[in-house]
Ligand binder design. Sequence first.
Ligand SMILES: Cc1ncc(C[n+]2csc(CCOP(=O)(O)OP(=O)(O)O)c2C)c(N)n1
Length: 627
Amino acid sequence: MVLERINKAGDIKDIEPKEYGLLAQEIREKILDVVSRNGGHLASSLGVVELTMALHLTFDIPKDKLIWDVGHQSYTHKLLTGRSGEFGTLRTFGGISGFPRTSESDCDPFDTGHSSTSISAGLGFAYARDAKGEDYKVISVIGDGALTGGMAIEALNNASRLKSNFIIVLNDNNMSIAENVGGISTALGKLRTAPRYNALKENVKDSFSQIPKIGNGLVSRISRTKNSIKQLVIPGMIFEDMDITYLGPVDGYDIEAMCRTFEEASRLNRAVLVHVITKKGKGYEPAEKNPERFHGVGAFDLATGNSLKKKEKPDWTDVFSHTFLQMMDKDPDVVAITAAMPEGTGLSKVKSKYPDRVFDVGIAEQHAVTFAAGLAAGGLKPYFCVYSSFLQRGFDQIIHDVCLASLDVKFCIDRAGLVGNDGDTHQGIFDLSFLSMIPNMTVMAPKNRWELTDMLKYSRTFGGPLAIRYARGQASEAFQNDRAPIEYGRAEWLIRGENVALLAVGTMVPVAGEAAELLKKEGIRASVINARFVSPVDADVLREAAHNHRIVFTLEENVKSGGFGEHVARKIAEEGIGLKVKILSVPDGFVQHGSVNELRTMLGLDAEGVCKSVLSVMKGAGNERKA
Ligand SMILES: Cc1ncc(C[n+]2csc(CCOP(=O)(O)OP(=O)(O)O)c2C)c(N)n1
């Protein structure tokens, strides 16, 4: 095997060019083998095997800094940088990450996971290199989807001033997760289909310079009028117009051509963009045919491409999608926005029925929030459907553009709480903190699938900013007989006990129910209360609990700082309510990858963990009394 001969960065340079094809094939087989078992980002990774090989053949990694945007396509890079042996642990608890991690390898110079950061980070490296008088290359690889993110455009704007070498590789597969959308995508389409500008420029020079006497003069005049030729040849040459040299397009499966172009790019003392054309899913037919489904996949059967996990019950996203469609049917003012995640957020189905009322704005969460604010100010009822961790991008926009004027924008926050194998960048464990501190913002979380439906319906007639957060995976069916009408700011009492109350948020309500069962066996009759509203906190339910409870445990899948528990503790202190509080939450910090169940167990947020925490506090209290 050729891959076996690659044990560290740089080893690929000892491989004979005639073996490149075989190496690419072995890499694809390895990626397919591991991802079909562990799940992962398949289509993007398969598309860049040869591109990654060419980068490693040309550059000196880790001395040269190679920064992958998002980083979901970095599997080949991992295999070429000494991580082939551990590759089977990809995305598993304690195993290697699905994204570049500085803690994992010195060949990963920057931590990534969210989109559109690579040009900013690379430019920072380039300036730092120059300031410190160091000598290395910086290469940022960005996809055409990620290029639609505002940060990438801000970075290009900044990069145009650079007076030293910085290489941006545009990995253009004409897809985001779904179809890439918008003006940038259209502009790239024109570049993709235009004749090769650089080749053509050289050909023109060559043929004119062969004309005796007048040839050379013409060549220099041609060089001087380069811009007008460029404009003639390639309409809307956006990068060159921004003072960033454009090279390409180059075939992403022609290793020699890519190496040649990267060498050429390395010689220029400025920012250079190399446009490489690739194909998502390359080499695996099911992924080539359906790149969106194979963008991020769970375990699947290699022979057929079929998923190994059969879905029996709807997940939270399905419940959202189903109810939201009914709301669209009922109310023509309801519109939806996604930032390049129509399938993941459940909007694809909605969009096929109402194409003009679902806006895919590209990977542009900040814009999405303010766009929603504008739609609301104009009289519509916009819902921004977004993953918790990506909404972090829109923090200022939520404060400044939505909440200041208390505009009627709704946030449907999917993948909130622990998300599992995508790891630290994707855990949705900050939204309760950053949302519940914003004035005018109401934050809700459903305990089960029926409550998500009820909350969505409640939101339609609610005036003002409101967020509903729900989790990844199968929607809970616990407490299905408890369906009290939703009242603003009111919690729901589910199990009446005494002494100990478990006041839980969203997905932690079923866990609280299970923990109460376990506690019963220990002789403790715990109450279970469904918070429903994270903001505002229900002071009445706390006052009521204080009658026959000594302590309230708050349960949430969010970090402690600024989370629900802290708000409850503050409310109790401010109102002088006679209750002790113990906060059970994700500890402050980042949470690595692993399955959601493994992570919950690790953090003591499963039923057993909650039971244990309650018992240890109660035991401590008993000892206190005895002393
Ligand atoms: C801020 C942010 N929003 C959304 C995502 C989810 N996401 C991951 S990859 C991706 C598409 C990226 O497309 P592109 O850059 O073209 O890379 P490709 O997958 O096509 O290789 C999206 C939307 C993300 N990682 N970060």
